[in-house]
Structure formats: structure tokens, C-alpha cells
Write a protein that binds this ligand. Structure first.
Ligand SMILES: *[C@@H]1O[C@H](CO)[C@@H](O)[C@H](O)[C@H]1NC(C)=O
Ligand SMILES: *[C@@H]1O[C@H](CO)[C@@H](O)[C@H](O)[C@H]1NC(C)=O
Ligand SMILES: *[C@@H]1O[C@H](CO)[C@@H](O)[C@H](O)[C@H]1NC(C)=O
Ligand SMILES: *[C@@H]1O[C@H](CO)[C@@H](O)[C@H](O)[C@H]1NC(C)=O
Ligand SMILES: *[C@@H]1O[C@H](CO)[C@@H](O)[C@H](O)[C@H]1NC(C)=O
Ligand SMILES: *[C@@H]1O[C@H](CO)[C@@H](O)[C@H](O)[C@H]1NC(C)=O
Ligand SMILES: *[C@@H]1O[C@H](CO)[C@@H](O)[C@H](O)[C@H]1NC(C)=O
Length: 325
């Protein structure tokens, strides 16, 4: 334990001197309070990162202006630790300090915690460790987030792209997530303000959230994605059919999807079928006694609200010549 605190004080000095060098910005000075082993502050995590060394977590908290305390997780199999940065601490929210095995809760002296409260003006946040007062008030608005489109209805296998427009002060950063679930890692591409999902499946249906974070806090907006099974033919006529004069012609066509699906027929580009051709209850095109007028191009059209599929069939009618005497 002694070793730990010496280690931290050296680090503290190092960071303070490091930040003193960078001019133009308020320098930051955080004073460590005793760490609490087996505890963590829940419900105030603003960012979570994996760190190789426990000291890196302190450095991350230092550079995140809203960080007021952090939770450091146990060493994992790959030697890394979870480092959770919080924008509050146990002084402000004593009820949120809970026991959590293997974790260490690290608070700092908190100049923002006072009575009367600091930075009470509207749209103002208190940041700990800045200026010679020990804190500073940052004023501004949350980022504005608009996501387009608001709803996407598509079918399996298609690619979907969402765009999140973020404006606001303090250079907000954009992150994407899925509400109740996770982004399909291998099929999602996050690039600047857009999220592209490749080759979507019905499991990708759900709500996708764009979150913008600045020092003023976070604001988010979401889009609904509904993925239906792709419309496909179950049976479709072959592209060419030969029928003899006087025989029956039966062209079957059916399609399925999880949306209402309609099947219809066209003849030589018109919706008028030749005399003697009829469509039965199962969408089959039936001619009981074919003759030359039934020759031509038939098109089966299957559609739902998302897609149209077509299958063409050329029907040839062969007249049997009476055998020579
Ligand atoms: C904050 O804004 C509200 C309405 O916008 C106003 O009624 C209130 O007085 C303001 N409070 C302070 C501390 O400025
Ligand atoms: C974001 O925050 C502002 C206030 O700062 C608010 O007016 C707005 O409605 C919020 N939501 C979105 C989606 O921008
Ligand atoms: C799309 O997904 C289907 C099944 O999930 C798979 O069979 C197909 O190869 C994928 N296509 C691409 C381009 O990834
Ligand atoms: C046409 O073909 C379909 C499928 O092959 C069959 O179910 C249907 O009974 C046939 N109709 C007639 C009138 O032969
Ligand atoms: C059959 O009709 C469809 C629709 O009118 C057309 O797109 C297709 O090219 C035609 N095919 C032939 C072989 O005439
Ligand atoms: C072909 O058949 C239809 C109906 O079955 C009939 O109305 C038409 O007259 C026939 N045409 C010829 C040339 O046989
Ligand atoms: C399918 O047909 C029904 C009845 O003819 C119609 O009300 C419905 O809008 C059609 N649906 C599609 C996707 O075309």
C-alpha cells in the first residue's frame, strides 16, 4: 500500500509538471485522496478505456476535463485493466459507492463539492482541479444531434447507412451504439459521423444511437431499423415453355417474405391476358386448351412494399399437323 502511494505521488508530480509545460490552456492539478480497494462508483462513468498499466488510468482521468474520479478494474488475462472515468465522486453521490470485487476506486480532492454549490448558472458545469481556485465553471450547451433518416425499413442482405449531424461547442465527439444489443462488429463501419451496416440480417433490427459528447455532457439521438426477410420466388416458371395446341398450360409462380406479398401476371407487356387464360387461387396461370393466341411473353411479378421481382416466360404453341395419309 505504501508502495502504491509513493508510486502515485511520483506520477502526480510528473503529470503536474507535464501539464505546466502546455501553455494556453488552464493547467490542471488533482490531489489524490486515499483509494478504496474493493469499491467502485457506479452510474457516473463517462468513458471506459482499457489500460496496460494502472498509472495510465490516472493519466486518462487527468486529460478528461470532466473526470472527477475513476474505477480501476483487476488485472485481466491479457495483463490489461478496465479504467472507468466518472464525472462525479463519492462526496456528491455517497449512495453510488458500492463494493465491487477486484476494483479500486480513486477519488481526488474535490473543489467542485461545496455549499453553496459551484457553477449554478444555467448550462454550466464545474470542472475539478483547474485554476488557483481549484475549479472552473464551463458554460455552454449540450451538443445538438440529428440523425437521418429517422426510420429505415429494408430487407436482409442490404447495406444501410445512417448519418448523424452533430453541432455544438467544445468539439463534441460522436460514438455509435445499439440500444439493447451491440453493433455487429464485422459488418459495421463507423466513419466520422456515419454508421454503415453491411449485409443486414433480421437480428440487426432495432434502435441505433448516435451519442455526441463534449465537456458539457452528452446528447443523443436514435434511428429505428427494421429488417425483413428478402422477397424471393418459391416457384417460378422456366424461361421457355412449349405447349401443344389443345393441351393445358400451367405456369406456376409463388414468392415469400415476411411482409404481405402479391403475385400478378402480365401478357406481352399488358395486364390483359389472352382469352381462355385465367389465374387460380394459388396464382398459377392456367389455360385449359391452348391455341396459337396463347403464344407470347408472360411475366410473373411478385412484390411487397420493399421489392419487386419479375420472372419472364416465353410460351411457344406447337400445332400438330395431321399425319400424312
Ligand atoms: C435558468 O433558466 C430558467 C429558464 O430558462 C430560469 O427560470 C432560471 O432563473 C435560470 N436560472 C439561473 C440560475 O440562471
Ligand atoms: C440536446 O441538448 C439541447 C440543449 O443543450 C437540447 O435543446 C436538445 O433538444 C438536445 N437533444 C438533441 C437531440 O439535440
Ligand atoms: C451476407 O450474409 C449472408 C448470410 O448471413 C451470407 O451468406 C452472405 O455471404 C453475406 N454476403 C456478404 C457480401 O457478406
Ligand atoms: C398447376 O401446377 C401447380 C403446381 O405444379 C398445381 O399445384 C396445380 O394443381 C396445377 N393446376 C392445374 C389446373 O393443373
Ligand atoms: C417479356 O416482357 C417483359 C416485360 O414486358 C420484358 O421486360 C421482356 O424483355 C420480354 N421478354 C421477351 C423475351 O420478349
Ligand atoms: C383460342 O382459345 C380461346 C379461348 O380458349 C378462344 O376464345 C379463341 O377463339 C381460340 N382461338 C383460336 C384461333 O383457336
Ligand atoms: C396486395 O394486394 C392487396 C389486394 O389486392 C392490396 O390491398 C395490397 O396493397 C397489395 N400489396 C402490395 C404490397 O402491393
Amino acid at each position: 500500500m505504501l508502495q502504491w502511494s509513493i508510486y502515485l505521488s511520483i506520477l502526480q508530480l510528473w503529470i503536474v509538471s507535464l501539464l505546466n509545460v502546455s501553455s494556453g490552456k488552464d493547467c490542471r492539478m488533482l490531489k489524490l485522496k486515499p483509494a478504496r480497494e474493493g469499491n467502485s462508483l457506479q452510474g457516473h462513468v463517462i468513458r471506459s478505456v482499457m489500460v496496460k498499466r494502472d498509472s495510465s488510468c490516472l493519466a486518462h482521468c487527468f486529460t478528461e476535463d470532466n473526470c472527477m474520479s475513476y474505477n480501476l478494474g483487476p488485472k485481466l488475462v491479457d495483463e490489461s485493466h478496465t479504467c472507468e472515468l466518472s464525472n462525479s465522486d463519492h462526496l456528491v453521490h455517497p449512495e453510488d459507492l458500492v463494493s465491487r470485487e477486484g476494483f479500486i476506486y480513486q477519488p481526488f480532492e474535490n473543489a467542485c463539492h461545496s455549499s453553496p454549490p459551484r457553477c449554478i448558472a444555467n448550462s454550466s458545469v464545474c470542472q475539478n482541479g483547474f485554476t488557483d481556485k481549484g475549479y472552473r465553471c464551463m458554460q455552454g450547451l449540450l451538443p445538438f444531434v440529428t440523425i437521418t433518416p429517422e426510420t429505415v425499413v429494408t430487407e436482409t442482405g442490404s447495406h444501410v447507412k445512417f448519418t448523424c449531424k452533430v453541432t455544438g461547442e467544445y468539439n463534441p465527439i460522436v460514438t455509435w451504439s445499439k440500444f439493447q444489443g451491440s453493433l455487429p462488429d464485422s459488418r459495421s463501419i463507423e466513419k466520422e459521423d456515419t454508421l454503415t451496416l453491411l449485409n443486414v440480417t433480421t437480428d440487426d433490427s432495432g434502435s441505433y444511437v448516435c451519442t455526441a459528447t463534449s465537456i458539457m455532457g452528452t446528447n443523443s439521438s436514435s434511428v429505428q431499423l427494421r429488417v425483413h426477410t428478402a422477397l424471393k420466388f418459391i416457384t417460378r416458371p422456366t424461361s421457355s415453355v412449349l405447349v401443344y395446341d389443345g393441351q393445358a398450360l400451367n405456369l406456376s409462380c409463388s414468392a415469400s417474405s415476411d411482409l404481405q406479398t402479391n403475385v400478378s401476371w402480365m401478357f406481352d407487356g399488358t395486364t390483359t391476358l389472352p382469352q381462355g387464360a385465367a389465374i387460380d387461387a394459388s396464382d398459377n396461370l392456367i389455360v385449359l386448351f391452348a391455341n396459337i393466341t396463347h403464344r407470347g411473353n408472360y411475366t410473373c411479378t411478385a412484390m411487397n412494399s420493399l421489392t419487386v421481382l419479375r420472372a419472364n416466360v416465353n410460351v411457344h404453341v406447337k400445332i400438330l399437323k395431321p399425319a400424312a395419309e
